[in-house]
Each structure stands twice: as C-alpha cells, then as structure tokens.
Design a protein around this ligand. Structure first.
Ligand code: FAD
Length: 489
C-alpha cells in the first residue's frame, strides 16, 4: 500500500490524524504541501516592493514551517514534496505519478476549501485513487455538539457547557505518528525539486521569525512559555501592555500545534483548579464554536449577516467614509488606543483580543462603516487570520452575529483605554509622539490643556491627529442607524 498525505493547515508531523491513518495503513508514505496559487496569486496585485515582490508575513511564516518539515522528513529518509500551483491540478497529478492508492488529508471547513476537496476527490476517483479526510483541527465539529432537540447551538455558553460535558479522554488522545524505518519513501527525482523559493512565487522574507518562531518547534517554545503563565491568564488577558495571553493563534492557525495538545494542557489544569486554565479553555472552545457556526452556515463566507435583519442597516459609504476608513487603517483616528492597536497590527500582523474588539466597535459604531470593510482589512493583515473566528469576531462587534453583544452596547474608546491601558504603556509603545503626556491625558490628548501639550512638545493636527469623530455624537447616530433592526426581546 502506498499513500500520499496532503498537508494544508496541519503543518506538523506529530499528533496529526491524516498522517496517523496513512502511516497505519500503508507501507510507503509521501507527504506533500502545495503553495496554493489560487490563494497566493491574487495577493500579488498589491503591496509589492520595488522589485515587484510582496513581503507577506504569513507566506514567509508558512515557508519557514515547510522548511522545518522537509528537514524532519529528510532525516527519516523521505522529504516533503512541495509545489507552487493549483491543488486541483497538482494533487491528482502527484498522486498518479507516485502510484498511491489513497490521498489522506484533514477536514477543512471553509466553503471554498470544501468545494476544492470535492473536486479533487472526484478527479482522483477517475484514476481509482481514494481520498480520505479526517477531523483534526477541532475537538468537535459541525454536528457533534447539539441542543437537546438536536439543533445547532447559536449561543455560546450552553454550547460550551455541552462541549465540556461531552468531552472524553479519547477526544484528546494524541495520534501516534511514529513512522517505521523506511516508511517515509524517498521522493522520485522528477518530484524532488526542493522548496520553491519565496522569490520564485512572488514573495520576499519579512523577518517574522524574529518575534514569531515558526513551525512546531516555535509553537512548542511559545506554549512552554505560556504554561508558566496560564494560571494567571484570567488576570492579565485583558491588558495589551502585559504578556497575559498565549500568542499561539498563528501556530494554531497553520496547525503547527495540535488543538488536542492545547486542550489537554488546559483541561488537566482546569480539573486541578486553575482559574486561568479554565478561562483559556473557554477561549479554545470559542474557536470550535465559530468553526461550527461557519460549517453550519456557509452563507457567512459570502458576507451575509448572521442575523439577516442587520443587512438592512445603511452604512456610511461616500468619500468621507473612505477617508475615515483610511484613517482607521493607518492608525490616524486621533483616539490613541485605537491608533496604537492599528499600528500593532500593521507592524506585526498581531492584535490583542481586547483591541480587536475596541477597533471593530470603533469602525462600526463610531465611524458607521460596514463591518465587512474591517473584516477584509483584518483578513489581509492578521497572521492568524481565520475566516470563522474573524467573521465571528466582526459580527460580534457589529452586533449582527450569533450571540453578539447587543447593538446599543457601544464601547467608549476613551474609557476602554483608561480601563485596559490605564498607564498608557501600550499606547506609548506604538505612539512615541504621545510619550510625554500624563497618564490621564494620553487617552484623549485633545482634552489636555495647552500647557501640558506644549510641555509634551505636541501639536495636535501636526504631530498627532485631532479626533476624526466625536464619540458622543457618533453614539447617537449609531443608535438611529441600528433602529432598522428588530429590538432584542
Ligand atoms: P489567547 O487569549 O491566548 O487565546 C488562545 C486561543 O483561543 C487563540 O489562539 C484562539 O485560537 C482562541 N481564541 C481566543 N479568543 C477567541 C475568540 N474570541 N474567538 C475564537 N477563538 C478565540 N482569532 C483568530 O484566530 N483569527 C482571526 O482571524 C480572528 N479575528 C478576530 C477578529 C475580531 C474582530 C475579534 C474581536 C477577534 C478575533 N479573533 C481571531 C479572536 C481573538 O482575538 C484571537 O484568537 C486572539 O487574540 C489570538 O491571540 P492569542 O493566541 O494570544 O489568544
């Protein structure tokens, strides 16, 4: 028996369902990764440098993870087959060339990926090759956690309670992926062309590895660091200036860490009484929740509001809205916490969860701009971009999502700043021009007196923008804008 394992968003050689099943059933196993031209080529339309190459943190991060996998496989006599192309063409072609009986892979829950997999499955079938796919990136999928009347949950807390009640040790058992000697087969010469360079695909290095070590090795390093802090997670997680969260989302996004491993760690500590681990586990369950929501409601991927009523809202869309959107993207709104958050995103590809909520609320409820614009901006810039969680997060903030915050709950960007960055440490890190403002004025510089501004060497409008909107007025406008939706019961 010969098998091909197709890695996509499960870039690890341990505790991997597809790899486990391939190794269990086949004497010879090859592993392949395709840099998907259907996803990457559209990225090359913008953000190019003088050489026409795109510094894309995610592509670079994946590339470095792939290199690690190739080295690990080579140590075991194999190697990773890597191509740049369309998976619908590459996978059937490689499978045929290798003469495998089965292609093994793990489930993907995004509608375009499901369509792609169905296409590949039927092409393979024409050549008599089987396509087997497994649950791997979630603990419970689409229809595994249901209400008492067998319907899908749309409220998180009862979903979580049911999720925890359903969980058994077997759900978290790691898949054995130890290969026998010689089981990883050498790559035939025509497929053994090495990893296509970033440049050959239109991309260039970004330096992401200096703050986000790639691959399973990098993920493990971050995890160990976090496990020293996990018991305090509930205390620090809302404060962006301190190292309170795990920063594991990007490794998790590309499957460089196993979700089963993370849940095992959190669950064991929860049973031992750790409040931090209990809350952190709850965050991992949000991740499963949003995967489940997207899998059951694929229309969300087409930009539809979860609550159809909310598609009646008229968002700002003229030249002024475009100008305000640009100010938001560039971190020039005049609201320091919002601006510092956008600088964090633009500089690193990461944004703290509290700040994602603050900037999303600001865009939709202070600027009156469609949440889909923000969703698209995040999709382009977040290293951990995940369609299900991103859509869920944006629809939560704009109140159109399942179990979202009610529309009349509007974050005040100043009080959020005072509460979650009280000493302005996070703001000062990203907006050094505000360095010398007092801890009181840094949240709303336009309210500082002339004397303080002058002493701080700050001229508003020149060194830092005046606020682009007045929060109290914007709040009133938002309540009117949202009046077209049905009042919550
Ligand atoms: P931690 O606090 O350490 O949490 C651990 C893990 O739990 C995260 O890595 C993530 O996998 C999961 N998690 C935490 N919070 C959430 C949540 N609210 N929803 C779903 N999963 C969660 N997360 C993404 O992974 N990709 C996205 O594209 C994304 N977009 C978002 C957009 C908005 C508007 C909002 C409000 C949230 C979004 N989130 C997204 C959720 C959350 O902000 C990030 O998962 C988190 O900030 C990642 O940092 P961390 O790994 O340090 O998180």
């Amino acid at each position: 028996q010969k098998a091909l394992v197709w890695l996509r968003r499960d870039l690890r050689l341990y505790d991997n369902a597809a790899l486990h099943h391939a190794l269990k059933s086949s004497q010879q196993v090859w592993v392949v990764f395709i840099f998907d031209a259907t996803i990457l080529s559209p990225l090359l339309k913008q953000g190019l440098n003088e050489q026409g190459l795109r510094p894309d943190r995610r592509v670079d991060f994946i590339w470095q993870g792939i290199e690690q996998l190739d080295q690990e496989l080579r140590k075991q006599g194999g190697g990773l087959i890597v191509q740049f192309g369309k998976p619908t063409e590459c996978i059937p072609q490689i499978a045929k060339e290798l003469g495998v009986e089965t292609v093994f892979t793990n489930h993907d829950y995004e509608p375009t990926a499901i369509a792609r997999d169905e296409h590949i499955q039927s092409s393979l079938a024409k050549s008599g090759i089987a396509f087997e796919s497994f649950k791997d990136q979630v603990i419970f999928e689409k229809k595994e956690i249901l209400t008492n009347s067998n319907t899908i949950f749309s409220v998180f807390t009862p979903y979580k309670n049911n999720w925890l009640k359903t969980l058994q040790a077997k759900d978290l058992e790691p898949y054995n992926c130890n290969a026998k000697k010689g089981q990883y087969a050498a790559i035939p010469a025509n497929l053994n062309q090495g990893i296509p360079s970033l440049e050959s695909m239109g991309f260039i290095k970004t330096g992401i590895e200096t703050y986000l070590p790639p691959g399973a090795a990098g993920g493990q390093h971050f995890l160990e660091d976090f496990l020293h802090r996990i018991d305090q997670y509930q205390i620090g997680r809302d404060f962006p200036a301190i190292k309170g969260v795990s920063y594991l989302s990007t490794h998790l996004r590309f499957g460089m860490l196993s979700i089963r491993g993370l849940v095992r760690e959190a669950h064991r500590r929860m049973l031992a009484g750790s409040m931090g681990a209990t809350i952190w586990l709850s965050e991992l369950i949000w991740r499963d929740f949003y995967f489940m929501i997207l899998a059951n409601h694929p229309r969300l991927a087409k930009g539809e509001a979860f609550k159809p009523d909310y598609d009646k809202i008229t968002w700002e869309s003229g030249a002024l809205a475009k100008k305000l959107f640009t100010a938001w993207c560039e971190g020039k709104t005049g609201y320091p916490l919002v601006d510092a958050a956008m600088h964090q995103l633009n500089q690193s590809g990461y944004m703290h969860n509290r700040l994602r909520m603050v900037v999303a609320s600001f865009l939709t409820k202070d600027l009156g701009i469609d949440w889909r614009w923000g969703e698209a901006y995040f999709a382009e810039h977040l290293n951990d971009f995940e369609l299900s969680s991103n859509n869920g997060g944006w629809q939560w903030a704009s109140s159109s999502g399942c179990d979202a915050q009610p529309y009349f709950r509007i974050f005040n960007p100043i009080t959020q700043s005072e509460k979650f960055d009280s000493e302005g440490k996070f703001i000062r890190r990203y907006l050094p021009q505000l360095e010398k403002l007092s801890n009181k004025s840094i949240h709303a510089p336009w309210l500082a007196g002339h004397i303080e501004l002058e002493a701080a060497g700050l001229l508003l409008g020149r060194d830092y923008p005046l606020p682009v909107v007045d929060h109290d007025e914007a709040r009133k406008k938002t309540l009117v804008r949202y009046s077209v939706v049905k009042k919550p019961a």
